[in-house]
Design a protein around this ligand. Structure first.
Ligand SMILES: [Zn+2]
Ligand SMILES: [Zn+2]
Length: 88
């Protein structure tokens, strides 16, 4: 089964895919939409279907006043996501 990279829209083949947050990325495409830092699968935040490093995510969408920020962590190869809410 071929899936499509949400960043460049091209097919991601099994041997090269990096699965994170329920999507398959090319290893080189899995980087922060803001600062272009390479991201580790399952160790980044996501907003509006774009991956962000936690730093940029918190900086842009982080807790302000009573806003709740959700960071999605993915566990390895299964699809159980854990939502960690930071409330300030
Ligand atoms: Zn790609
Ligand atoms: Zn970043």
């Amino acid at each position: 089964m071929v899936s499509y990279c949400p960043i460049c829209g091209k097919p991601v083949y099994f041997g090269e895919k990096k699965r994170s947050l329920g999507r398959d990325y090319h290893p080189l495409c899995l980087k922060c939409h803001k600062c272009n830092r390479q991201l580790n699968a399952g160790q980044h935040a996501e907003y509006d279907d774009k991956p962000y490093c936690s730093f940029c995510y918190l900086k842009m969408f982080g807790p302000k006043g009573t806003t709740t920020t959700k960071i999605y962590y993915f566990h390895g190869c299964n699809n159980d996501s854990v939502i960690i809410s930071l409330v300030r």
